[in-house]
Every structure is written in C-alpha cells, then in structure tokens.
Write a protein that binds this ligand. Structure first.
Ligand SMILES: [Zn+2]
Length: 427
C-alpha cells in the first residue's frame, strides 16, 4: 500500500467517522418576543433555533442552548409569529382580477404572492387540476420560497349520488388532500345539492380517508352537514344566528368553522372605490393597472344595483356575530378567506380578514391561533402551525406587536419559509 493510498484511506475514515455536524446551518434568533401559535403566553426575550429548515427549539434564553457554531441573529425588540395558514383559499386560476389562467406557472405565481404577504401555507379548496399535484411535493420539504400548497381538486357536484361519486373518484385518482362539496342555492337562484347526494359524498370521502370541507350558507344546511359528518364548514352561517344546539353539535362532531368574512366583503365592496386601493401594503403588490377596472363607474353602479351583493352585505353582521359566539363557545375557528377568486386579492385579503375578525370581537391571540395551530390541527397539516421542534421553520418577524393590534401583522420585517429568508418580501 502506498503512502498516498494510506493517507487517502485515513481521510475517508476521518470523514466517515465524524458525526454529522449538528450545528451546521443552525440559526438562532434571539431577543424577540415569540408567539408560538399554540395560544400560550408569548415568550419574552425568546430564542428560536432552527436548522436545515426545521425548528429545533423554542423557549427562553435560559431554556434553549445555542450551539457554538450557530449563526446568532439578534432581533431584540421584534416579534416572531408562525407563518399564516389560509385554510380556505384558491390557487392558480387568477391573474390580476381575472380568472381562467390556470397553469403550472400561475400556481407558482399565486403561491409567491401569498408568501410575500406572510401566508406560508394555502389550502386550496377547489378548482385544482393536475398541474397542482407535483407542486405539493414541497409540503414535506424545506425547499420552497413560496407558500406550501394543499388541494381539494374538483369541487364535488352532482344531481345523483352516482354522479357525485364519480367526481370523488377522479379527485382520488388525481391525488388530492381534501374533498370539498358545495351545498348552496346561491340565494335561491340555483339548485342545491340534495341531502341524499351529500350524505353519500361524505361517507365515501371518509371511506377513502379524506376530510371533507363544505361550502354552505344556511344554518339548517350547516346542521344537516355536520350531522352527516362534514369535517369543516368552509364559510360562515349567514342567514340566522347560531343557537346552542348548533354549537353543541359542531363540538360533538369535532368539526371546525372557517368564517371567510372577506368573501362577503368582496361581493359589495366595489360598489365604490375602496379605501384600500390607496393602501401601500396593497399597492406594493397590486398596481393601479390591475385594479383600475374596479374604479369604473358603470361597474360600480352594477354592484350597487346587485340584489345578491345587497343581501350578502346585510347578512355580514350575522356572520360576524356568529363567529364571535362560536369562538367564545370554544368551537375551533380555522382561518380562511376564499381568496384567489377574482377581486379577492390573495395575500392582502388575509390581512383584511384578520382585521374583520377583530372587528367581530376576536382577540388578536384568537385570530393568530386560528391561522396557525387550529388550521394545521383541524386540517391535519403535518409539521405546520406552531413553532415547535420538528415543525417547518415557516415564520414571520414583525416590527410591532400583533397582540396589541392585529394590524401589526402587516408590519413584516422578514418572512422565513422552510428555514430560509424569503427573497422578495412585501415590505
Ligand atoms: Zn372557496
């Protein structure tokens, strides 16, 4: 054996025996107040330790030992919150204010917009096609600079159980994460899915191992859907105040409730030029060429004359009162907007939704928990939601305290997705 060969073998041995360097790529964020998403009190002067895209530890500086070789980022005076999870959005169809643009590229574009606003995970509840399937691969990895994506495929419709079950089969073959049905007559203008059909759909979805989210409007439908086993009410009950029997039922069934208040807002807000068209947090993403058609007086008049817009507007206070009552009663509220539909501006509307939830009477902590722990827990999103060891390092660094005012969720200083800083945050 030559000397060179011996040296070479020794080198291999040294490399092979060296235990993996646990400190490599470790980053410790120190000095911040950390809201971990669980609903626990914030950790003052906390340490968030991440490595290779995952959270390693979170706690006070006494609790978390920072590895010697870690990069330490002192962010004293700032706040850390988990990335926002939108449990009811849509992805890939919209460009500007127009639908009909579904493509691989547009899904990536939409997910990038969400991420720029701090929305690091989107559950797309319908309208998802084959192009979306490979893009979900990042959900188990750290390799993303855009929002993670979960999909429901085609919204299930059908006049008969057989028709509806065919849609489920197609979704199942495509490889979706959830099923979604629509049980609504659009304020009396359309045929509503029958109880026979949705019972068959819910049963089949559960047999195949899927949670099922339901689009609904009326209290009576919501009751029947819960009774049939719907796992998530994907909108507010908007016709009537919820009663105690309903609250008991939703808790008994361990279902969750997704208010989507901005969905209602979007139906009537363009009756005039909304104030947010001059909000820099909006215009940083959406320039005036995008939204100028919504300033057209003829279009605004049309919205003012729309009877459905009038009804949705009148019923919004019912939805808001229901949200407050359900939240106070301990019903799990999961955050969602129904954005990613034309004129529901993805990213920005999530922040409007949070403000509307606050206006409905929820505390900032309740709102944050709905958009973090609750969304992940009730939709079964793996390794997401709270800043806990093993979870993806998806989080926001804020310049101001969102517990003092939920509008401070907009004061984003940095966005980290999968343990890497977002290259193009909206600042
Ligand atoms: Zn929707």
């Amino acid at each position: 054996m030559t000397i060179t060969r011996i040296i070479f073998l020794c080198l291999i041995l040294i490399v092979a025996c060296k235990s993996p360097d646990q400190t490599r790529d470790s980053v410790a964020f120190t000095g911040a107040t950390i809201i971990d998403g669980s609903g626990s009190d914030p950790i003052v002067n906390g340490v968030l330790l991440i490595q290779q895209g995952k959270v390693v530890a979170v706690g006070t500086k006494e609790q978390v030992k920072i590895p010697e070789n870690a990069t330490v980022k002192d962010i004293s005076g700032k706040m850390i919150v988990p990335g926002i999870i939108n449990a009811h959005g849509h992805v890939g169809d919209v460009k500007g204010i127009e639908g009909g643009h579904y493509s691989h590229e547009n899904i990536i574009d939409n997910l990038s917009i969400y991420a720029r606003y701090g929305v690091t995970t989107v559950v797309s509840l319908g309208g998802d096609k084959q192009d979306a399937v490979p893009l979900r691969a990042v959900n188990d990895t750290t390799a993303t600079q855009r929002a993670r994506l979960f999909i429901a495929g085609e919204v299930i419709t059908g006049k008969t159980p057989a028709e509806a079950l065919e849609v489920i089969d197609r979704n199942h073959r495509m490889g979706v994460d959830f099923m979604k049905i629509r049980v609504d007559d659009n304020l009396g203008t359309a045929q509503k899915m029958t109880e026979e059909v949705y019972r068959a759909v819910i049963q089949r979805s559960h047999e195949l191992g899927y949670k099922i989210a339901t689009h609904m409007y009326y209290l009576e439908d919501a009751r029947k859907l819960l009774d049939a086993g719907s796992d998530m009410l994907a909108h507010s009950v908007r016709d009537l105040p919820v009663d105690d029997a309903f609250i008991q039922l939703i808790k008994e069934k361990k279902a969750s409730y997704c208010p989507t208040l901005t969905r209602e807002l979007s139906t009537y807000v363009y009756r005039e030029t909304p104030a947010f068209f001059s909000d820099p947090f909006f215009t940083a993403q959406y320039d005036s060429t995008v939204f100028s058609p919504l300033k057209d007086p003829a279009r605004q008049l049309q919205v003012r004359n729309s009877t459905s817009a009038k009804t949705y507007r009148e019923q919004l206070p019912v939805a808001m009162a229901n949200l407050k009552k359900l939240c106070d009663s301990g019903v799990p509220i999961v955050f969602g907007t129904d954005s990613g539909i034309p004129t529901r501006f993805m990213g920005y509307f999530e922040h409007v939704e949070m403000k509307m939830m606050a206006d409905a009477g929820l505390t900032p902590m309740q709102i944050i928990v709905s958009a973090t722990r609750n969304a992940a827990e009730h939709l079964g999103l793996k390794d997401l939601g709270t800043l806990s060891p093993g979870h993806h390092a998806d989080f926001l660094i804020l310049d101001a305290n969102p517990l003092a005012d939920i509008l401070n969720m907009r004061r984003i200083s940095e966005i980290w997705v999968g343990g890497a800083p977002h290259p193009n945050p909206l600042l």
